[in-house]
Design a protein around this ligand. Structure first.
Ligand code: 13P
Length: 257
C-alpha cells in the first residue's frame, strides 16, 4: 500500500522573525504539491508567528514535554504547542536523546502526550556509527521502536517514524538504498507486530543528509514514505526540489511484482 509521502523540515535551532518570509515561500510553493504532505518543525518560540503567517500549512514543534502542565521550567507541553498553532511535533530526535539524555521511555511518554492532545508525531530512531560498523544497526532500531512506540494510538495517520542514522545527520553521508530498505522493513515489521494491520498505515520517513541531489533515489526505496530534512529545509531553493522529488515518486510508483 502506497502511503501519502510526508516531507518535513526540522529547522533545529534556526529561525528568527526575519525568516518568516522564507517559511511563507516554502508554504506557498508546497501548495503546488497537494499529493505530498509538507511540514516545517520550527523552534517553539517561532510556532505562533509561523502558523499565523501560513494558515493551513503544517507547522510543528521539535520536542514536547510528557506532562500536561506543572513545575517543568523551560519546557513546553503538547497543549501549548497546539495553542500556538502547531499540528505536529518531532519527538526523540537523536540530538535530544544525546544532549538531554532522553530515554526511550521519555520518548514514548512524549509521543503519547502529543497524540492524546491531537498533535501528529514524528518519532525518531537511529543508530550510532559504531552500531552500524558492528552490524547492530537493525537491532538498535528495533529496540528503540519496541520501547519508544506509544501504547495508545487513536489515529495511525498521525504517527510517523523517522529513521535517522546519527552518522548521516549533517555529515553528507547517506546509507545505501539496501541499508535504508532493510531498516525500514524492520521498522514496518515491528509496527505491525505492535499494532497489527494499522501498523501498515504509519509512515516511515528517512532522515540524514537528504538533499535535492539524493531525494529521488531515497524516495524510490521500498517503505520510504517521506523524509525528515535538516539543513536542506532552511530555504525554499533547497527544500522544494525535495518536495518535488516526493511528488514525482508518487507519479511514478515502483513496479510491484
Ligand atoms: P540533515 O538533513 O541536516 O542531515 O539533518 C537531518 C535531521 O537531523 C533531521 O531531523
Amino acid at each position: 500500500m502506497a502511503l501519502k509521502k510526508l516531507v518535513a523540515g526540522n529547522w533545529k535551532m534556526h529561525g528568527l522573525s526575519s525568516d518568516l518570509a522564507e517559511i511563507k515561500a516554502i508554504a506557498d510553493a508546497a501548495r503546488g504539491y497537494p499529493e505530498v504532505d509538507v511540514a516545517l518543525c520550527v523552534p517553539a518560540i517561532l510556532i505562533e508567528r509561523a502558523s499565523r503567517a501560513v494558515p493551513g500549512f503544517a507547522i510543528g514543534g521539535q520536542d514536547v514535554h510528557f506532562a500536561e502542565k506543572g513545575a517543568h521550567t523551560g519546557c513546553v507541553s503538547a497543549a501549548m504547542l497546539l495553542d500556538a498553532g502547531a499540528t505536529l511535533t518531532i519527538v526523540g530526535h537523536s540530538e535530544r536523546r544525546e544532549a538531554q539524555r532522553e530515554s526511550d521511555e521519555d520518548v514514548q511518554a512524549k509521543a503519547e502526550a502529543a497524540l492524546e492532545c491531537g498533535l501528529g508525531v514524528i518519532l525518531c530512531v537511529g543508530e550510532h556509527l559504531f552500531d552500524r560498523e558492528n552490524a547492530k544497526a537493525v537491532e538498535v532500531g528495533e529496540l528503540q521502536i519496541d520501547h519508544g512506540l506509544p501504547d495508545e494510538v487513536a489515529d495511525f495517520d498521525k504517527l510517523a517514524i523517522a529513521y535517522e542514522p546519527i552518522w548521516a545527520i549533517g555529515t553528507g553521508k547517506v546509507p545505501t538504498a539496501d541499508e535504508i530498505s532493510e531498516m525500514h522493513a524492520a521498522i514496518r515489521d515491528r509496527l505491525v507486530a505492535t499494532y497489527g494491520e494499522p501498523g501498515q498505515q504509519v509512515r516511515i520517513l528517512y532522515g540524514g543528509s537528504v538533499k535535492a541531489a539524493n531525494a529521488a533515489e531515497i524516495f524510490s526505496v521500498p517503505d520510504v514514505d517521506g523524509a525528515l530534512v535538516g539543513g536542506a529545509s532552511l530555504n525554499a531553493a533547497d527544500f522544494l526540489p525535495i518536495v518535488e522529488a516526493a511528488a514525482a515518486a508518487v507519479e511514478a510508483p515502483r513496479a510491484i511484482a
